[in-house]
Design a protein around this ligand. Structure first.
Ligand SMILES: [Zn+2]
Length: 176
């Protein structure tokens, strides 16, 4: 019962915040998913495209031996890819597929969007700070891979990778 009350109060506050931000409820959905379930999310309906991309930064005090992992999530409404640089071969697990796939992602991406929101979740203070941010936005490394993955969903729906079964085992003494 206590847990249910907390859930209800959380949802009500979430609703109020969305109203104050003056954005349609649907646009906020991928961000809600990232907050509740983790990971990156994208949604496409009618001519609307939205995606939420998650970054993590651990802050650790070496003297006090205490820290926290700050989660920064970006919500992009109708994102457009402006530039991408470099090629990184990697394995990715898409929520829609059973096995991981071998894909190529850019190392750096620059995107812009009609509307962008940044959410910072601090598990120590238990606060979710929301701020409207303006592009263009540059990302590299794991956020760039996440953006490229979600953009692929928004444009083509399916991730086009090579099967994990393309891999071959090797023994370092060459016996197999
Ligand atoms: Zn996916």
């Amino acid at each position: 019962m206590e847990e249910f009350k907390k859930q209800l109060s959380f949802s009500l506050k979430e609703k109020k915040v969305i109203e104050r931000l003056d954005v349609p409820h649907d646009i906020f959905l991928p961000l809600m998913f990232s907050i509740k379930f983790g990971g990156d999310w994208s949604l496409r309906f009618d001519s609307t495209k939205v995606m939420a991309i998650k970054e993590k930064i651990t802050k650790f005090d070496d003297k006090k031996m205490i820290g926290y992992t700050l989660e920064i999530m970006f919500l992009f409404y109708n994102p457009v890819l402006l530039n991408q640089e470099g090629t990184v071969h990697r394995l990715e697990k898409c929520g829609n597929k059973k096995e991981r796939e071998i894909v190529k992602r850019p190392y750096k991406v620059t995107i812009d969007s009609e509307y962008a929101l940044k959410a910072s979740l601090n598990p120590m203070t238990k606060k979710i700070l929301l701020e409207k941010v303006n592009g263009p936005f540059e990302f590299s490394g794991s956020s760039a891979y996440g953006i490229s993955h979600e953009m692929e969903h928004l444009l083509d729906n399916e991730i086009n990778g090579e099967s994990i079964f393309e891999f071959e085992y090797e023994l370092n003494n060459g016996d197999i």
